[in-house]
Write a protein that binds this ligand. Structure first.
Ligand SMILES: NC(=O)c1ccc[n+]([C@@H]2O[C@H](COP(=O)([O-])OP(=O)(O)OC[C@H]3O[C@@H](n4cnc5c(N)ncnc54)[C@H](OP(=O)(O)O)[C@@H]3O)[C@@H](O)[C@H]2O)c1
Length: 226
């Protein structure tokens, strides 16, 4: 059966990704900042391996790569992300906060892709999926949330570049918008529940072929304008 690495797997979308891939019989390497407190994750049944992975910490990415060794990774699912303070406005900007959001949402997923590229290249499926957001679409911009929007727009560009760099190795990279989902980040008034979002994104990942590399889809498989 295939193997996935999932970041931010202790709650929200990442936890459900882990549950669904384990239920499908996959081996799942689940990353979370604090395994001691990942109670929901630990309850999941299946071939689950939990790793301490603060995606902001280069040492953790190296340690994960070392512990995986030459194990093929069919799917690297870069899911962990932060929104940052919601009230960043020109004139009252918190620049450190802006940098933190960029670090977690842009630098970290690309660093992990670099760390695990050989594992993905030596797998059968050879896929990397990055959870982004429609809020990173410049074409659909409605303003506000500058740090978050900028980080997801930057992630989109970074993954577009990455997809070109690794195309010749047969690796497919896609960007996924999960919908507006009822998680801690999405809040209780969000449009859809976690299972609907994850079932949709899993279907998109399943259907994705090498021709889709570098594309930006929502959880229903609709292309999103850049
Ligand atoms: N929910 C939505 O409506 C929505 C919409 C569009 C895009 N997204 C994207 O979907 C992804 C998942 O979001 P969510 O809704 O599930 O959010 P969430 O409920 O806030 O969960 C975020 C997850 O990311 C982890 N994380 C954050 N920073 C991390 C770090 N430095 N190292 C390791 N893990 C870290 C969190 O771990 P801790 O528990 O340790 O904090 C948590 O597991 C994010 O990339 C988000 O931007 C969500």
């Amino acid at each position: 059966m295939p193997t996935a690495v999932i970041t931010g797997a202790n709650r929200g979308l990442g936890l459900e990704f882990a549950r669904v891939y384990l239920a499908a019989g996959w081996t799942v390497h689940a990353g979370c900042r604090n395994p001691m407190r990942a109670d929901e994750l630990k309850k999941l049944k299946g071939d689950l391996h939990i790793h301490a992975l603060n995606v902001d910490d280069p040492k953790d990415a190296k340690a994960l790569a070392k512990s995986l060794g030459s194990e093929p990774i069919d799917l690297l699912l870069n899911n962990a992300g932060i929104y940052g303070k919601r009230d960043l406005k020109v004139g009252g900007f918190d620049h450190d906060e802006f940098l933190n959001v960029l670090k977690t949402n842009v630098v970290a997923p690309i660093r992990l892709a670099e760390a695990l590229v050989e594992n993905v290249a030596h797998s059968t499926m050879k896929k990397m999926a990055f959870v982004t957001s429609r809020m990173g679409s410049i074409a659909m911009n409605a303003g506000g949330s500058i740090a978050y929007r900028t980080s997801k727009a930057a992630l989109n560009m970074a993954v577009s570049c990455l997809s070109m760099d690794v195309k010749s190795r047969g690796i497919t990279c896609i960007l996924l918008h999960p919908g507006w989902v009822k998680t801690d980040m999405g809040g209780p008034n969000a449009a859809i529940g976690i299972p609907e979002s994850i079932a949709g994104m899993k279907q998109v990942i399943d259907k994705t072929g090498h021709d889709d590399t570098g594309k930006f889809y929502d959880y229903q498989g609709q292309a999103i304008p850049w």
